[in-house]
Design a protein around this ligand. Structure first.
Ligand code: ADP
Ligand code: MG
Length: 393
């Protein structure tokens, strides 16, 4: 479970808009997602048309459970917003959490503990934070492994941002867990000179710690909230939707790369190492000299692209193989009734790499490649079983 906190102590910079629509887009991408509202103003419920008068229990009661007799669990309070998208709503009583827990041990870990025990069915938890630095924000930070700071590309943005980053830095030092902090340019109006300057300033200062995706100012996003819908439902063809899907994709991409900076690096080293080994191996196997790749100078994308074999990415399985001289490569297995021609791999780049992604849930499958009509064992998959022809699947 990945936990993303949307934080900025400045109000009106787009936190709630980002939290609601990012959560909706992650759910559209088949990630079971829980949006937790940690702002006593409970704007998420308003923006997602959850009737406030019918909310019986809120996140406050779940958080306080460990410190009180009443026990309310997360599943007692969630509202389903869309398939795979739930909301844990807030209420004004959440403002009382801080005074109520004053002096108690581990009061900053309430949300973290709740999520660790009760949110394991979710792939993503997105937390909408209040515009303040207090116990609620600290709880959110302690629970998170990723922090998104939406920054309005307007006048006071840069000043506010450096203060915000200082705060995060201080809080981060107090947190024991690894957190990735990234700035997200929000409410960007490309037509104004100021916004363009602020964006370029942000890119200059925070390039590595900034999302490539930006959230443009889009009136459809405002309208969507006033109609109580995420943008995925209100206007899926809007620019706002496109921006949020790009943000979700970027987050999902980081997920496949391993999340934190350190692990991306170590993972890339592992991928690049196995790619070099496999290339050498494949030269022997296919008897042709594969084009030597300059691994040291490859970009991240190239390193990942040079990976061969089989990888499970949730419900998709990615098959990649190196056949520089082939004209047609197909995949035949028990999942497609061993049809030699129905599932084609596509040429990927001009290095002789072929790849395809097919939907398959986790499990054991047997397959072989059919290269220009000849059945072959996948040289990049070390897991093999003998078949009835004395060859290997
Ligand atoms: N990208 C955007 N385009 C247009 N309006 C936006 C955008 N982001 C936020 N808004 C609007 O700006 C106001 C403040 O945004 P909100 O998400 O509530 O900020 P916060 O949660 O940080 O206080 C809301 O009315 C919201 O609809
Ligand atoms: Mg808000």
């Amino acid at each position: 479970m990945q936990c993303i906190a949307v934080i900025n102590q400045k109000g009106g910079c787009g936190k709630t808009t980002v939290a609601m629509n990012l959560a909706a887009c992650l759910a559209v991408q088949n990630r079971r997602t829980l949006l937790v509202d940690m702002d006593p103003q409970s704007h998420c419920a308003v923006g997602l048309a959850v009737p406030e008068e019918q909310i019986e229990h809120t996140i406050y009661e779940v958080l306080i459970s460990a410190h009180s007799d009443a026990s309310v669990s997360l599943k007692n309070i969630v509202w389903q917003i869309a398939p795979g998208f739930d909301l844990a709503p807030a209420g004004i009583e959440l403002a009382a959490l801080e005074p109520q827990l004053a002096g108690q041990d581990h009061r900053e870990d309430c949300l973290r503990n709740v999520l660790a025990h009760e949110a394991n069915d979710y792939d993503y938890v997105v937390i909408d934070c209040p515009p303040s630095v207090g116990l609620l924000t600290f709880n959110s930070l302690r629970a998170a492994n990723e922090v998104v700071i939406p920054v309005e590309t307007g006048y006071f943005a840069l000043h506010g941002l450096s203060r915000q980053l200082e705060t995060i830095q201080v809080l981060k030092q107090q947190c024991q867990q690894e957190i990735t902090v990234k700035v997200l340019a929000s409410m960007y109006d490309v037509r104004t000179k100021l916004a363009r300057e602020v964006l370029s300033e942000l890119r200059k200062n925070y390039s590595a710690d900034m999302f490539k995706a930006i959230i443009n100012f889009n009136t459809k996003l405002k309208e969507a909230a006033s109609f109580g819908q995420p943008i995925t439902e209100y206007e899926p063809s809007s620019k706002g939707m496109k921006d949020f899907m790009a943000l979700a994709d970027e987050i999902l991409q980081n997920e496949t790369c391993g999340g934190t900076v350190e692990s991306v690096e170590s993972q890339l080293m592992a991928i690049s190492k196995s790619a070099i080994e496999l290339l050498a191996e494949s030269e022997i196997l296919i008897g042709s000299k594969a084009a030597p790749l300059e691994h040291a100078e490859m970009t991240i994308e190239e390193k990942i692209d040079s990976f061969y074999g089989v990888r499970q990415k949730r419900d998709l399985v990615h098959f990649a193989a190196l056949y520089p001289n082939a004209e047609r490569v197909c995949l035949a297995g028990d999942f497609n009734s061993w049809q030699p021609d129905s599932t084609q791999l596509n040429p990927a780049g001009d290095n002789g790499r072929w790849a395809v992604e097919i939907p398959l849930s986790q499990g054991d499958y047997r397959y072989r490649y059919v290269v220009d009509g000849r059945w072959q064992q996948d040289p990049y998959n070390e897991k093999t079983v003998e078949n009835e022809f004395g060859e290997y699947n």
